[in-house]
Design a protein around this ligand. Structure first.
Ligand code: UGA
Length: 441
């Protein structure tokens, strides 16, 4: 079986590589010449645990190839499916910008020679597959040819940092189709991934497109809800860690994704929540819950800064803050919409100094923040003479530091824990002034 995957970003690269891993011949296509040159050498544009070795292994076996040339990769390629996995950046108004998706659809229409299923893998609003179909039809008509094809919607649910595991052993695979022929192709393609016994769910195309947004919006809602509860816990003298355990053991609620913190970030939740609000508005409906989810999240990114200001009575100018963790979550170098950026910006605006350390996002941070902050070569160096430690991303290596060393290095023993990874009572015993999220001080 052979397929093409257009777009070698997070989703495209993981999709192509994982299909190759189960023995399918995959061509990954991207217009970015440098990216493709690097991928041919086994150099990846992103950090994702395990992906580099998997790319190299499959490239060596020639099951995974890379190309800049969509035309020659599609013409006569014998591909049963072509996946569109290019970016859908948010436009000014929050709606998903489909120009890359539709440009790829047109290019496929210009060059396809045999039946194939054109699958949207990028997160796209309801109705996009129909636009993809129209774009291809127009191109085929312009060529004066009548090649049969189908469109399908196959949203991706993988998480950064666990992308390979999520793809190879998915909780479920959702596919929206409009013909039996397309369903047959998609069933064949995904057969190797059903070993874990989880379902391959076929549905109509608009429902598949909506499923992706509804899933991310529900998860974002859980987080904002817990952040609201955490803030109220603080006011009322309750401990959100206890409340979380108390509610999470109810199977209807579940114990996942109910960890309060300093707001969700990344390339998905913020963008998808905005896009769903926008889609609804364009169609005369107001997503009241999601609007609140978004505004709670914006405020939550400032919570740590507000605690810092309260502790130092607003006097932070000239103080040095050690910041552990820059990426929006552990196991990725992705800093898009990261809470760290909001905290840093606010501290710098007050004339404070920030010295940061992150296990993998340092390069990315230098790219974004340049020399506006200092960088520690490890977590301990970041602490030297610091007035406080800010725990921003819960990387595993930050969970049990040597607190004796930490105390000696810091000027003042103050910890602001944005992810509740330390125990308030233990920190107090060690002599730290400790601030968590929604926990008793
Ligand atoms: C998310 C979804 O989890 C994936 O299923 C989806 O495929 C992906 O978006 C996407 O649409 O591409 P991702 O953005 O990689 O994946 O990251 P998550 O692990 O979901 O974390 C998102 C944010 O929520 C992070 O900032 C994290 O710190 C925060 N979070 C998560 C919390 O604050 N509390 C929690 O309990 C869980």
């Amino acid at each position: 079986m052979r397929i093409a995957v257009v777009g070698t970003g997070y989703v495209g690269l993981v999709t192509g590589t994982c299909f190759a891993e189960v023995g399918i011949d995959v061509t990954c296509i991207d217009i970015d010449i440098k990216k493709i040159e690097n991928l041919k050498k086994g150099v990846l544009p992103i950090y994702e645990p395990g992906l580099e070795e998997m790319v190299q292994r499959n490239a060596q076996k020639e099951r995974l190839t890379f190309s800049n040339d969509l035309a020659s990769s599609i013409q006569g390629c014998g591909c049963e499916a072509a996946f569109i996995a290019v970016g859908t950046p948010p436009g000014e108004d929050g709606s998903a910008d489909l120009k890359h998706v539709l440009a790829v659809a047109r290019a496929i229409g210009q060059h396809m020679t045999d039946y194939m299923v054109v699958v949207t893998k990028s997160t796209v609003p309801v109705g996009t597959a129909q636009k993809v179909r129209t774009a291809i039809e127009e191109e085929l008509a312009a060529r004066g040819v009548d090649i049969p094809f189908d469109v399908a919607s196959n949203p991706e649910f993988l998480k950064e940092g666990a992308a390979i595991e999520d793809f190879l052993k998915p909780d479920r695979i959702v596919v929206g189709v409009a013909s039996e022929r397309a369903e047959k192709v998609m069933r064949k393609l995904y057969k190797p991934f059903l070993m874990s016994g989880h379902p391959l769910i076929f549905m109509d195309i608009p429902s598949a497109e909506m499923t992706k947004y509804a899933a991310n919006a529900m998860l974002a809602t859980k987080i904002s809800f817990m952040n609201d509860i955490a803030n109220l816990c603080e006011i009322m003298g309750a401990d959100v860690n206890m409340v979380r355990k108390g509610i999470g053991s109810d199977a209807r609620i579940g114990n996942k994704f109910i960890y309060p913190g300093i707001g969700y970030g990344g390339s998905c939740f913020p963008k998808d929540v905005k896009a769903l609000i926008k889609t609804a508005e364009e169609n005369g409906y107001q997503m009241q819950v999601l609007k609140s989810v978004e505004s709670v999240n914006e405020k939550q990114k400032e919570v740590l800064f507000n605690k810092i200001m309260a502790h130092f009575s607003g006097d932070v100018a000239g103080r040095t803050f050690a910041l552990w963790g820059l990426s929006f979550k552990p196991k990725t170098d992705d800093m898009r919409e990261a809470p760290s950026l909001v905290i840093i910006e606010k501290l710098l605006a007050q004339g404070a100094k920030v010295r940061a350390y992150d296990p993998v996002a340092m390069k990315e941070a230098e790219h974004t923040l340049g020399d506006t902050i200092e960088y520690g070569k490890d977590e301990y160096e970041a602490l030297i003479d610091a007035d406080a430690l800010l725990l921003v991303t819960e990387w595993p290596e930050f969970r049990s530091p040597n607190f004796t060393v930490v105390s000696k290095l810091m000027k003042e023993k103050v910890v602001f824990d944005g992810r509740n990874i330390y125990d308030a009572a233990e920190m107090a015993e060690k002599g730290f002034a400790y601030y968590g999220i929604g926990v008793k001080q």
